[in-house]
Design a protein around this ligand. Structure first.
Ligand code: HEC
Length: 117
């Protein structure tokens, strides 16, 4: 009985650790995000530090710094596209992107889209 109890605690701690790791930006995620951006042709319109067709990722990070809704808002915006935040030029929708890719891109952009670390 005592052994089982201890075992359960260990499993819980393990699960908690796994959960924490999943929510922290891990080594290599910058590169992964960069690859996702490339793969989805984001970089044709966006660069880290200069405006192309869309605003630079660093400008986007600045604009939304400290905004608690930014993550949800931008994730949705990347998925659905639209205009109005930066001007009248619309951003195309990316309806085929999966949730994990949308999340990693959003977090990366909010960090200013570093290309290495
Ligand atoms: C055809 C050009 C184009 C492509 C491709 C493109 N974007 Fe954009 N993006 C824009 C434009 C234009 C805006 C400004 C929209 C606005 O003013 O609301 C924008 C805005 C954004 C914003 C800020 C949104 C806001 O409301 O502040 C993010 C984040 C973003 N793009 C991410 C991405 C990602 C990630 C991809 C690739 C999956 C991508 N973009 C592909 C043109 C593009």
């Amino acid at each position: 009985m005592y052994f089982l109890w201890r075992h359960e605690i260990l499993v819980m701690i393990g699960a908690l650790l796994l959960f924490c790791q999943g929510s922290v930006w891990a080594d290599g995620d910058d590169l992964k995000a960069q690859a996702v951006a490339k793969h989805n042709a984001c970089l044709g319109c966006h660069a880290g530090d200069k405006k192309i067709v869309g605003p630079s990722f660093q400008d986007i990070a600045k604009k939304y710094a400290g905004n608690p809704n930014a993550k949800v808002f931008l994730k949705n915006k990347i998925l659905k596209g639209g205009s109005g935040s930066w001007g009248v030029v619309p951003m195309p929708a990316n309806a085929k992107m999966n949730d994990a890719d949308l999340s990693i891109l959003t977090l990366w952009i909010l960090r200013g889209a570093p290309t290495s670390h």
